[in-house]
Design a protein around this ligand. Structure first.
Ligand SMILES: NC(=O)c1ccc[n+]([C@@H]2O[C@H](COP(=O)([O-])OP(=O)(O)OC[C@H]3O[C@@H](n4cnc5c(N)ncnc54)[C@H](O)[C@@H]3O)[C@@H](O)[C@H]2O)c1
Length: 327
C-alpha cells in the first residue's frame, strides 16, 4: 500500500505527507518545485519529510502536466491505493496576470494525474484539492456543496471547478472513486508566503505597510492547517454511499466561522506585539467579499470537526515564522 501525493513540497501537501509518514505509510511525492514563491521554503518542507525516519518517502521533481514523465511512474506506483492530487497553481490574484500556468497545472495536470490514477491496479480513491473560490459570485451564505457553482469569477476558480467536472467524468467513465475537497483559506506553520498571514507578518515585522483590500470589508473562513489535514485523512478511506452510481462527491473543508479580515490582522498584530501600517485599497478583480463554509456534510460523513480559532492558530503561525526566519 502506498499513497501518491502531488504538490508534496507545498504547504498542504507537505503537512499531509508528514502525517501519513508519521503513521508509517509509504508516500510517493511529486512536485515540480516551481518558483511561484520562495523555492527554499519548498525545499525545507521536503527536507523535513526526507528526515522523518518513519514510513518511506520517495520524491520525483516532475511537472504533473508532463504526460511522459508522469506515465513513466506507472510501474513505481503499482502499490498506490490513494492518489492525493494537491499540486496546482494556487492564488486567485496571480491567475488574472498569468492564466496560462493555471490551465497547464490545474487542468492538464489534473487530467494527466487522473489518467495515471485510473491505470493503477490497486487504486481505491482519487482525492483532489478544489477551493472555496468555486463559489465565486454566490451570495447565499454559508456556502454549501449543494449550491450551484456556475459563476467562477477568476481563472483560478474556473480551473478548480473544471477539476470537479473532470472528476465526475472519470468517475462516470471508469468508476474511479473521486473526492474533491474545497479548502477555505488555509493558514498555519509552514504556510504560503503569498497568503495573508505570511505576507502581513513579514511586512509588519519589516515596518512596511500592508495592503488591505476592499478597505478591510472582507470576511474569510480561515482554516488552520491541522484541521485541514485532519479532514483530508478523514476522507481517505471513506466509502461511497451509493457505489453503483457515479462515485464522485465534493466536500467543504473550512472552519465554518466567517471572520472579519480586520480581526485576523488584529490577531497577527497581537501575536507580534506590533501594530501594522495599513494601506486601504479597493476590491481586487476576481476576489470574493466573504467566504463561509457549511461543513454539515463533512461533519456527518467523516466526523470533520475543526477546533482551531484564529486566536489560537495565529500565535502558532507567528511563533513558527519567527523561528523559521530567525527574527
Ligand atoms: N492554501 C489554501 O488556502 C488553499 C485554498 C483552496 C485550495 N487550495 C488548493 O490546495 C492545494 C495545495 O495548496 P497549497 O496552499 O499547499 O499551495 P502550494 O503552492 O504551497 O502547494 C502546491 C505545490 O504544487 C506544486 N506544483 C504546482 N504546479 C505543479 C505542477 N504542474 N507539477 C508539479 N507540482 C506542481 C508547487 O511547487 C507547490 O509546491 C492546491 O491545489 C490549491 O489550489 C489551497
Amino acid at each position: 500500500m502506498a499513497d501518491l501525493v502531488t504538490g508534496v513540497a507545498g504547504f498542504i501537501g507537505a503537512a499531509v505527507a508528514e502525517k501519513l509518514l508519521a503513521q508509517g505509510s509509504s508516500v510517493i511525492g511529486i512536485d515540480n518545485l516551481n518558483d511561484y514563491y520562495d523555492v527554499s521554503l519548498k525545499k525545507a518542507r521536503l527536507e523535513r519529510l526526507q528526515k522523518m525516519g518513519k514510513g518511506s518517502f520517495s520524491f520525483y521533481p516532475y511537472n504533473i502536466a508532463d504526460k511522459e514523465a508522469i506515465f513513466g511512474l506507472e510501474a513505481s506506483c503499482r502499490d498506490v491505493t490513494h492518489v492525493l492530487n494537491l499540486a496546482a497553481q494556487a492564488g486567485v490574484r496571480y491567475s488574472i496576470e498569468n492564466p496560462f500556468v493555471y490551465v497547464e497545472s490545474n487542468v492538464m495536470g489534473f487530467v494527466v494525474m487522473a489518467e495515471l490514477a485510473r491505470r493503477l491496479p490497486k487504486l481505491k480513491h482519487f482525492i483532489y484539492a478544489s477551493s472555496s473560490s468555486v463559489y465565486g459570485g454566490n451570495d447565499k451564505i454559508p456556502f454549501s456543496p449543494d449550491d450551484a457553482v456556475d459563476q467562477p469569477i477568476s481563472v483560478y476558480a474556473a480551473t478548480k471547478r473544471s477539476d470537479e467536472l473532470l472528476a465526475y467524468t472519470f468517475a462516470h467513465l471508469y468508476k474511479m472513486p473521486c473526492t474533491g475537497l474545497r479548502f477555505f483559506t488555509v493558514y498555519g506553520p509552514w504556510g504560503r508566503p503569498d497568503m495573508a498571514a505570511y505576507s502581513f507578518t513579514s511586512k509588519i515585522i519589516a515596518g512596511q505597510p500592508i495592503p488591505v483590500f476592499n478597505n478591510g470589508n472582507m470576511r474569510r473562513d480561515f482554516t488552520y492547517i491541522d484541521d485541514i489535514v485532519h479532514g483530508i485523512l478523514g476522507v481517505l478511506n471513506l466509502p461511497f454511499k451509493e457505489v453503483a452510481k457515479t462515485p464522485t462527491r465534493v466536500y467543504n473543508l473550512g472552519n465554518s466561522r466567517s471572520e472579519r479580515l480586520m480581526d485576523y490582522i488584529g490577531a497577527i498584530e497581537k501575536a507580534l506585539g506590533k501594530k501594522a501600517i495599513y494601506t486601504f485599497l479597493p476590491m481586487q478583480p476576481g476576489d470574493i467579499e466573504e467566504t463561509f463554509a457549511d461543513i454539515t456534510a463533512s461533519a456527518e460523513d467523516f466526523g470533520y470537526a475543526p477546533t482551531t480559532t484564529i486566536q489560537e492558530g495565529i500565535p502558532r503561525f507567528v511563533e513558527w515564522y519567527k523561528a523559521y526566519h530567525r527574527v
